[in-house]
Design a protein around this ligand. Sequence first.
Ligand code: FAD
Length: 560
Amino acid sequence: MENNNKRFSANLRMKNLEEMSSSKLDILIIGGGITGSGIALDAVSRGYKVGLVEKQDFGSGTSSRSGKLIHGGLKYLKQGDLPVIREVGRERAIVHENSKHLVIPVQMLFPIVKNGSFNKVTLKIGLASYDKLAGVKKEERHYMLTKKEVFEQEPLLNDETVSGGGMYIEYRTDDSRLTLEVAKTAHEHGALLCNYAEVIDIIKDQQGQAIGVRVKEMTTGRTFEIFAKYIVNAGGPWVDMVRQLNGPISGKRIHLAKGIHLVVPFSRFPVNESIYFDAAGRMIAVVPRDGCTYIGSTETDYHDDLDDVRVDQEDVDYLLDCINGMFPTVKLTEQDITSSWAGLRPLIQEEGKQAAELSRKDEIFEADSGLITIAGGKLTGYRKMAERVLDYIINKGELAPSPSQTAEIKLTGGKFNHYEELLHLSKSALLEFLHFDITEELVKEYFYRYGTNTPKLFNIMKELISNETNEHKEFKQIAAAAEILYTMEHEMVVRLTDFFDRRTGYLLFNRNMIPEIIDVVIAHFSKELNLSEKQIELEKQLLNYEFHKRLDFLSSKTHS
Ligand code: FAD
């Protein structure tokens, strides 16, 4: 089933759709977020014939708008959600092992605050139970800090309210890239995937059983019919909309809860490590990353447009107040914000409960037509969710049983065992580009983005450099040209926003870079796709909208 030679190229999309519609699949997955991509990888590596369609880009839903932490769910201790903590805590070790370039351990400081949810005793018990439940490795277990030690570690904290703390390990990730790499790894094992392909109808037989889907390819409007033994709805916040395509919904429904994150320059909020704190019952994370510090999140019930989730002014004011209360000398204002994002948690509705009280556990529902839906869950638990969906399907009896393999499958860029191997690769890369304005930091950034696939990116750079007609003289321009070419050819980039938002994260963490490289990126992007002036203009408008939306906050919403 290994399919290593076939590139995950945008050119493959039509071919994949044609192949999906040419013969019956074992499993067709709707949605290319972390849940759907994880199911595709689990299913194909068990030997089944698998297809996946995603209506926008991989990870463009909630899976690019999370807190970007692969975490053991310490906050769920407060809700007493022990099974969730046990599972996600153990999962994070596996997710880290299989994608070490994207899932990086970071120290997390948990300060004890006056009138907060934890005191010295309860935090100690909480962190110790967390270590035990989550099976945390000995070297990563928590330790407690006195007030003096907390302030040595983090002098920006509020001296009047903080009385001590605990230190433990969490894992920072890039959610969009993790999703993309899970999808690409599924492709490498032989799954057929296509982004910008929306399921617009469920096809049923005369007995009312779901036997296929009608899909609209979004760049041409062409439609395809795809048939499968099992259809899995992994539509995240859209799962109920997909269920409605199948017929009236019965049973449980989705409860959407919005959360936002704000990005400020690291120089304005120079924390020494990640911090997780309790602000009047809400847990707020502060995470330094790529020359920035990001903070989040909020949690409010959501009833607006699912396709364009925006940050509210009220959320911004609330988060800034929380930060300025906890770090009084920092005095962050709205003018410090350089970017933001907002996402929807697809939680499972429970009578009489508000978003913050709902469990993060996942559930599988099956409609009378046989349409299987998976909802809830977390980024961290994606592998286990996928395993459960496959076990559920196998139990139905039509597919030959086969055990899950994914605990042992390294993701496409994660094929190394020790960070030293990446460091060695990055040192040799530095030697190759000795004559250019390239820093060790930049090389490391590429390795943390593309992992063991980075040499392919560097080969494109070398080709561009050796091409005498190459008009880009600065390394920044050559690197941007190589990155857009690499991501179109190997990461199914279809739109400019795929590149600037989800493949590189420039829209979130390096916006100043965009004006410097935009012309080069557009030149190569439009040449490869042979775009007309009108199409280029549309791409620019979409990017422009995404760029400005990050700093254009909507007025008035209420917090739950
Ligand atoms: P999505 O990523 O939304 O994917 C669903 C996909 O289905 C979408 O891409 C959509 O375009 C596609 N789709 C919908 N309808 C159709 C159709 N008709 N045809 C084709 N495709 C369709 N989890 C963690 O582990 N750690 C965290 O730090 C964390 N922080 C979070 C912070 C916030 C603010 C939020 C909102 C969530 C957070 N989570 C976190 C939870 C985690 O992000 C989600 O559980 C996870 O991303 C959900 O993934 P998904 O694939 O189910 O949904």
